[in-house]
Write a protein that binds this ligand. Sequence first.
Ligand code: AMP
Length: 357
Amino acid sequence: MVPRKRINEIVKDYDPEDITIATLCSHTSLQLFNGAKKEGFKTLGLAVNQKTRFYDAFPLSKPDEFMRFDSYDDFVDRASELTDRNVIIIPHGSFVEYMGTKRFEAMEVPTFGNRSVLRWEEDRDIQRSWLESAGIQMPKRIADAKDIKEPVLVKYNGAKGGRGFFIAKDYMEFKMGIDLSQESYTIQEYVLGTRYYLHYFYSPIRKSGYRVGEGALELLSMDRRDESNIDELYKLGSTEELKKHGMFPSLVVTGNIPIVIRESLLSQVLEMGENVIQKSYELFGGLIGPFCLETIVTDKLEFKVFEISCRIVAGTNPYISGSPYSDMIQPGMSTGQRIAKEIKDARDMNMLDYVLS
Ligand code: AMP
């Protein structure tokens, strides 16, 4: 991991009036460039294999310039070209996934947020120990497949975006579904309820609003994922019947749907975010910037959190012009703009080292 001290040295040499915000041309890049432009930053699109012509269709989100790379190794090797331009990188889900943790940690370019969070996020066991020690309720884990008595979700480690999961209702179904050639897996209680993906932002430098620690926590928006084919499967009859035709439910994310939650649940939403942040400071120096708790609310109105994402999530994309929640903080503000604003505020307060690593 590139030491924070090294990043601080690099940032010290930056011209604060000439910072460029860069990200990989994928995932939430339209939102991030749009937000950076609104805050008056120069923008740079990083393209490894990504196509970039589609930005022509969205002029207010088209970066000022593109930089192209042959591979992700090439990207790491050419870090100095980025620091010469006073670049701050905003990581997003695809960026970290495509680069891989090792390269991402080694990259000698200032990035928004605390890179130490990755170790706590990528391993499901370590992630669980963080969240449970913060008092968060998670779906029960089933250690032995023979103990499956109720519906469970079997998750292969490393599975992303709902690909590589399957549902089993008993040991028999588990045996029929399990692919032993796959790497390790975990078995989790299938929580029946409605899904809310809660998009938070933690600022370590803001001194007003919903105070947590030295800074403040914001709730910017929430979404629900559209998942294929499970969200539409019911149209074809019972899942048991469909299995006979070789059709099984899958949970592959294809899009995002805006949503709001019952107002009476908002206190709990904020308290969960607060506890996660406080624990993150105890464990690894703090989670900074956007993060998402992926939750299921049961009919007892209890939250079960099945995952945390520690950077901007694609579920914020419906809110490029603001959300019902962010409009009560600053009208029209997206998570992308909130990140750019945090960088701007930190720069103006001479506190960039609080938000970069
Ligand atoms: P993930 O890759 O962990 O974000 O999960 C992908 C999808 O699986 C989610 O969007 C949910 O639809 C579903 N899911 C994950 N964990 C559970 C669970 N314990 N119970 C019910 N559904 C779940």
